[in-house]
Ligand binder design. Structure first.
Ligand SMILES: NC(=O)c1ccc[n+]([C@@H]2O[C@H](COP(=O)([O-])OP(=O)(O)OC[C@H]3O[C@@H](n4cnc5c(N)ncnc54)[C@H](OP(=O)(O)O)[C@@H]3O)[C@@H](O)[C@H]2O)c1
Length: 177
């Protein structure tokens, strides 16, 4: 009996719970982008934070965000959500899925410890219900744009950690118990 319980404990410890983290940079007025695809701002330091956080982990993005990047992000598994498979066949280093759940399933099978949902607004909105954490860089300026980060519900999310950086603050939110 004791032996059996120990085995069960060992098996449970082998189950990796994959953390799903939404990462975004948000201006004071809530803007994250422009529908023209142009970047509303450039912050070297914020981009470095994005890079440091996501390197080595899968990044999940919507097709329009991929269009604005123009090419895959290096040293990360790039997962693009689209309903149009043909569109991205030119890029062999990209994995395409037609739903967020299939993308999660793929990463879970590969036993990633964490994955990052990197936008844009459509994908953030869909991922808010399933994400475990939010990592939001609040830029200290208003930006010109028409694409916004979805509302962060204070009944669901609480601030776990704040880091001050040059020109922005990074808020880490976790789910309330
Ligand atoms: N500040 C930031 O942190 C940040 C981060 C990322 C992006 N952005 C900005 O956000 C903007 C793009 O955001 P967006 O909301 O317009 O577009 P998006 O979320 O990047 O992409 C939307 C597209 O994703 C695909 N899609 C959405 N839901 C899907 C699902 N459930 N299954 C399969 N495919 C799905 C569809 O592609 P198809 O039409 O091909 O089917 C849809 O047109 C850009 O301006 C970008 O610069 C900002």
């Amino acid at each position: 009996m004791k032996k059996l319980n120990l085995k069960l404990l060992f098996d449970i410890s082998l189950i990796i719970v994959m953390k799903k983290i939404i990462i975004s940079a948000v201006a004071q007025n809530g803007v994250i982008g422009k529908s023209s695809g142009e970047m509303p701002w450039h912050s070297k330091e914020e981009f470095q934070h994005f890079k440091d956080s996501t390197l080595g982990f899968p990044v999940i993005m919507g097709r329009k965000t991929f269009d604005t990047l123009g090419k895959p992000l290096k040293n990360r598994l790039n997962i693009v959500l689209t309903r149009n498979e043909k569109l991205l066949l030119a890029f062999t280093e990209i994995v395409i899925f037609d739903s967020l759940q299939s993308a999660y399933g793929f990463c879970e099978e590969k036993k990633y410890e964490k994955i990052f949902i990197i936008g844009g607004a459509e994908i953030y909105k869909q991922a808010m219900n399933s994400a475990d954490e939010l990592l939001i860089s609040y830029m200290k300026f208003n930006a010109d744009g028409d694409i916004y980060f979805p509302e962060i519900d204070n009944n669901i999310w609480e601030v776990n950690r704040i880091e001050e950086r040059n020109g922005f603050d990074i808020f880490n939110y976790i789910r309330k118990n």
